[in-house]
Design a protein around this ligand. Structure first.
Ligand SMILES: Nc1ncnc2c1ncn2[C@@H]1O[C@H](COP(=O)(O)OP(=O)(O)OP(=O)(O)O)[C@@H](O)[C@H]1O
Ligand SMILES: [Mg+2]
Length: 312
């Protein structure tokens, strides 16, 4: 198996991986009644990169994923995958073009085995067409063997191979997250959108999940766009970071650029506090964001406010 590599080391100083855009999101908007969940969002995802999409609760990250993957119909904009327009296409067509998303809440079949769960996600089974069972039985069987081999390879990359025969219901939280990723990988995506792959699991397991995500990025070349709140995880695992606030993209760049961008602090703690933060009182934006981005810790507006109130 390929060793886990730091994808970050593959980037140049700007965090670009050769200027090869896989996903291009342009001026995308989505409204729910009076709410602008996504408000003219524009960003790119480079091929083979690991890119994070961050922002405070309600910033529009999941909504952006839903529009990109075709689960919600955007109001306006354009989404190009490999140069092809996918905006407002149905999810199954977008999936067929190589973009798969996972959900904030894990969806696995507890009463199936781990291997069954992965195999169920396999696309275009020739046996599904009844006539193939009678007229093309060998094609059907060859397909099943291939799917089984693919499934076992994927389970190996994600360190679940030894659990292949276990019921999915017996897996730990972290392993269930990995199983959902394994299911997504059966479609052989070019681009995998992961909505909070660490949600609901402890930080130690979360770190392991990210090691496996980096492993599959390195070994299969899968481009990853993930939503995450933990700044330590974001900084360690992202080639590029996109920051959303109130439906808009307010900053994007390398983890270091974004970390020092006052617009990012403003997104998390509000304009007035950000202005105060920029004063000598706390030593500027970088100091505050650094103070609240320790590994294992999400940026918390409340913590920043408490910090400011304390005057240190
Ligand atoms: N199905 C929906 N119907 C109505 N409003 C919605 C719906 N989904 C999201 N919203 C609203 O759209 C805005 C963006 O929500 P979204 O879930 O995209 O945020 P998020 O950045 O993913 O937040 P979180 O970090 O909490 O998951 C919020 O104001 C939310 O209340
Ligand atoms: Mg969300």
């Amino acid at each position: 198996m390929t060793e886990v590599q730091s994808s970050v080391s593959r980037t140049d100083s700007d965090g670009f991986l050769g200027n090869d855009t896989l996903l291009s999101v342009r001026n995308v908007s989505l409204r729910f009644g009076g709410i602008h969940a996504v408000d003219g969002a524009t960003f790119d995802v480079e091929r083979h990169s690991i890119t994070s999409l961050i922002g405070p609760n309600g910033a529009g990250k999941t909504s952006a994923f839903n529009v990109i993957a075709g689960f919600y119909r955007g109001k306006s904009g354009s989404v190009l995958l490999n140069g092809e327009e996918i905006f407002r296409k149905p999810p199954y067509e977008i999936a067929r073009q190589g973009l798969i998303r996972t959900f904030q809440l894990t969806r696995v079949l507890n009463r199936g085995t781990v291997l069954d769960n992965v195999l169920l996600a396999a696309q275009a089974h020739p046996g599904v067409r009844l006539r193939n069972l009678f007229f093309r039985p060998f094609a059907s069987r060859a397909y099943e063997r291939r799917a089984q081999d693919d499934a076992m390879d994927i389970l190996e990359i994600l360190n679940l191979k030894s659990h292949a025969k276990a019921y999915a219901g017996t897996l730990s939280g972290g392993q269930r997250k990995l199983l959902e990723i394994a299911r997504a990988l059966m479609a052989k995506p070019h681009l995998l959108l992961l909505d909070e792959p660490m949600a609901g699991i402890n930080p130690t397991l979360g770190k392991e999940v990210f090691e496996h995500i980096r492993n599959l990025n390195a070994s299969l070349g899968t481009t990853i766009l993930f939503i995450e709140h933990d700044m330590g995880v974001i900084m360690r695992n992202s080639d590029r970071v996109i920051v959303m606030s109130e439906g808009r993209v307010v900053s994007q760049g390398t983890p270091m650029t974004v970390r020092h961008d006052p617009a990012v602090i403003e997104a998390y703690i509000g304009k007035r506090a950000a202005t105060a933060t920029g004063s000598d009182r706390v030593g500027g934006a970088a100091a505050v964001i650094a103070r609240h981005t320790a590994p294992g810790q999400a940026v918390s507006g409340r913590a920043v406010h408490a910090d400011l109130a304390g005057g240190n």
